[in-house]
Unconditional design. Structure first.
Ligand SMILES: Nc1nc2c(ncn2[C@@H]2O[C@H](COP(=O)(O)OP(=O)(O)O)[C@@H](O)[C@H]2O)c(=O)[nH]1
Ligand SMILES: [Mg+2]
Length: 336
């Protein structure tokens, strides 16, 4: 199985050389320079990468697509994506690839240890948790880190899963789209390093709103099918996926719990996200009243209530191919 490592970058001259050098040990590296105005291309090239350059900044999603097309043209069976800021240690790459060997049909996600909490500000962490909650609600996936850019994509996922979104939305969109097509998503915990430059390129207002808008649209779609108005193909897939080994009564009860949690979470989302945004923009000046609210309303077990025995978990896994990371950690719900 051949792979190509692609690195989408915008103005990462200080770090991209080291990223290329350490990644090259594990395979050919293709850097997509998204119209950088610094020496990114030159640094990447000097370190031994092939470089494709966009004439101007088109966003991370477009850069990834350029990379995927180039990897496909080079006959790659799978594509590894690594951020150019040095946060993803190449030493973890063999673990991601071996997970991909075991699950050839899955997207492998290098999940930042501790469910994205390490090295993230409270605001960013809350935003990721709210996003992950709605990703679970619309797709049935329970993942700790839906925003990690350290991944392995099998070629058949790239060939069959249609995506339209750009920027930082791509990574959320592709997970949901792939899961609804029945591709497993497998998380491999990794330890992320601190970034070298001080600020994230993620702009809370612009990029956060784009992801929020995308998830809001999907959530709306999910509610329409929940209310029975427009049973979509997605809903059918999701329902089939849930028909595991629970009894009918159990399934009804679990589904009621899930719906109530999702309803609360949906209604609370606009004010909570406004608070999260203020918290992100004004980081240290804001007493953290938001985290407890987010913990209460957006805890992953609220969408994946038990009781789930180990036996059921195993058969769930077999039946759905889902990575059950967060689900496995869910405490069993006491009998009613
Ligand atoms: N191609 C491209 N890459 C970008 C853009 N913005 C950020 N990136 C890259 O996406 C990766 C993740 O960005 P980063 O700022 O580290 O985000 P964070 O670590 O999630 O806060 C880095 O490799 C960036 O260079 C962009 O507009 N275009
Ligand atoms: Mg980063």
């Amino acid at each position: 199985v051949t792979h190509v490592i692609i690195v989408p970058v915008f103005n990462e001259a200080p770090s991209v050389g080291a990223v290329v050098a350490e990644s090259r040990v594990h395979g050919p590296v293709l850097v997509i320079d998204d119209g950088s105005s610094d020496a990114t291309s030159a640094e990447a090239h000097a370190a031994g990468a092939e470089v494709i350059r966009h004439p101007r900044r088109l966003g991370k999603g477009r850069a990834l697509r350029t990379g995927f097309a180039a990897a496909r043209a080079r006959g790659a069976d799978r594509v590894v994506t690594v951020d150019g800021d040095g946060q993803h240690p190449a030493a973890e790459l063999p673990r991601l690839l071996s997970a991909s060997d075991q699950h050839p049909d899955a997207i492998i996600v290098g999940s930042r240890l501790g469910g994205t909490s390490e090295g993230l500000s409270a605001g960013r962490r809350n935003a990721v948790r709210v996003a992950s909650f709605f990703v679970t609600w619309v797709s049935g996936l329970s993942l700790a880190d839906t925003q990690s850019g350290f991944r392995v994509y099998p070629r058949n996922v790239l060939d069959t899963v249609r995506t339209r979104r750009g920027g930082f939305v791509y990574e959320t969109e592709v997970l949901i789209a792939a899961a609804l097509r029945g591709h497993p998503i497998v998380e491999v915990p990794i330890v992320a390093r601190p970034r070298q430059r001080q600020r994230s390129r993620f702009r809370p207002l612009v990029d956060g709103t784009a992801i929020g808008g995308y998830l809001a649209a999907r959530t709306l779609g999910r509610w329409t099918c929940e209310l029975g108005c427009a049973p979509s193909a997605d809903a059918a897939l999701l329902t089939r996926r849930r028909q595991t080994t629970h009894s009918v009564d159990d399934r009804r009860r679990l589904s009621r719990q899930r719906t109530t949690s999702a309803l609360l979470a949906t209604l609370a989302a606009p004010p909570i996200l406004a608070l999260v945004l203020v918290q992100t923009l004004a980081d240290d000046y804001f007493p953290d009243v938001v985290t407890p609210l987010v913990s209460m309303l957006y805890a992953p077990p609220r969408l994946t209530p038990g009781p789930i025995t180990n036996h059921t978990r195993e058969s769930d896994r077999a039946a759905t191919g889902l990575a059950l990371g967060a689900e496995a950690a869910a405490p069993p719900v006491p009998p009613a």
